[in-house]
Design a protein around this ligand. Structure first.
Ligand code: SF4
Ligand code: SF4
Length: 337
């Protein structure tokens, strides 16, 4: 990007609940716009945040499509609806007579970078759940399969594939940092994992830094959502398989799903929206969770779990089944000088 102008971002909402925008608005202490402004990032238009509507908004899109305004980042929030019959007409962009799919395919080649905001835009997400009646897909993936609305071979003007800031919703810091890195010209294809996610985020697991880590170590498991124990064994926590640093950087400066007693549903991965059973139940075979921690062979997990349970301190065991600390850590008697 030339240093003498802003980094222009156009943000469109496809099949979206708007939650990704809601999350992004809470970025840092000063909010999204100030956070982006620090890096010279300017929103050309956003359907909820911009003043322009109707013909004025369409004129902005026309200017970008015609190349009269430079487009550095095309951010798409929400899945692309391909139906019916590949026409995309399940979602029309009001006042244009064209489908959202058609607009995205027109604008994407104009953009220096294309960014999927959230798991719907990345992989299809919630609108693609179940029988997927609208043929919802992501920008460059349909669940785990490369393809999606733009096709697996799509590359933006910078030579990058679609950058997938997955999550439902993604952490606001992920959005700001990814756009900032693009504005600073500090991103290349090696910075993405095989599903297009920025590795700065996806090389962590949501399990890292969870406040329940001690309970996990001893397999001291919660039985009810209000319990303080680890949520993996009984309540469906998938954080040991979920890419993301949610428990390291926390949300709104304070909490996370697992902090709040809600299990991690691996929302940063394709297919999270269609689990085999209820979100807050752990699927098991012969008493062993089906979803084991990544990088850990099943036999190791079984052996480690048995050993850990046999060594669980009474304090940890008791607190795992309570909604507050009932047994504090042992205190050593003070030594008088
Ligand atoms: S990723 Fe989640 S929060 Fe974002 S649009 Fe989809 S359903 Fe809504
Ligand atoms: S509740 Fe989930 S994230 Fe927390 S320690 Fe257990 S497995 Fe890890």
């Amino acid at each position: 990007m030339p240093q003498d102008r802003t980094f222009n971002v156009l943000w469109l909402q496809a099949a979206s609940c708007g939650g990704c925008t809601m999350s992004a608005l809470a970025a840092e202490d000063g909010g999204l716009m100030r956070a982006l402004g620090r890096f010279g990032i300017r929103l050309l238009w956003h359907p909820s945040l911009s003043e322009e509507s109707g013909a004025e908004a369409v004129a902005i899109l026309d200017d970008v499509a015609a190349g009269r305004v430079a487009l550095d980042g095309l951010c798409i929030e929400g899945a692309v609806l391909d139906g019916p019959d590949g026409s995309g007409r399940f979602q029309m962009l009001s006042g244009t007579g064209r489908s959202m799919k058609d607009w995205i395919k027109t604008l994407a080649p104009r953009a220096r970078h294309v960014v999927a905001i959230g798991s719907c835009a990345a992989y299809g997400g919630v609108p693609s759940a179940g029988i997927n009646p609208t043929d919802a897909v992501g920008l460059q993936f349909a669940a785990w399969e490369p393809g999606g609305a733009l096709g697996g071979h799509f590359r933006s003007a910078s030579g990058m594939p679609v950058i997938n800031i997955s999550g439902c919703a993604p952490h606001p810091g992920w959005v700001v940092e990814t756009l900032a890195a693009l504005a600073l010209d500090d991103t290349n294809p090696d910075d993405l994992d095989t599903l297009g996610r920025p590795r700065a985020i996806a090389d962590h697991l949501a399990h890292h830094g969870c406040s329940r880590n001690e309970f996990y170590e001893f397999k001291a498991s919660a039985a009810r959502p209000s319990d303080r124990g680890c949520l993996m064994e009984n309540l469906g926590c998938r954080a040991t398989q979920a890419p993301g640093d949610c428990n390291l950087r926390r949300w709104n400066g304070f909490g996370s799903c697992t902090d709040g007693g809600f299990t991690c549903i691996n929302c940063t991965s394709p297919g999270f929206e269609s689990p085999a059973g209820p979100f807050q139940e752990t699927a098991k075979v012969a008493g062993i969770p089906v979803g084991l921690p990544v990088d850990m062979p099943k036999a190791w997990f079984v052996a480690l779990a048995a050993l850990s349970k046999s060594a669980t301190p009474q304090r940890v065991r008791a607190n795992a089944h309570a909604d507050h600390v009932v047994v504090p850590p042992a205190r050593r008697p003070p030594k008088l000088p």
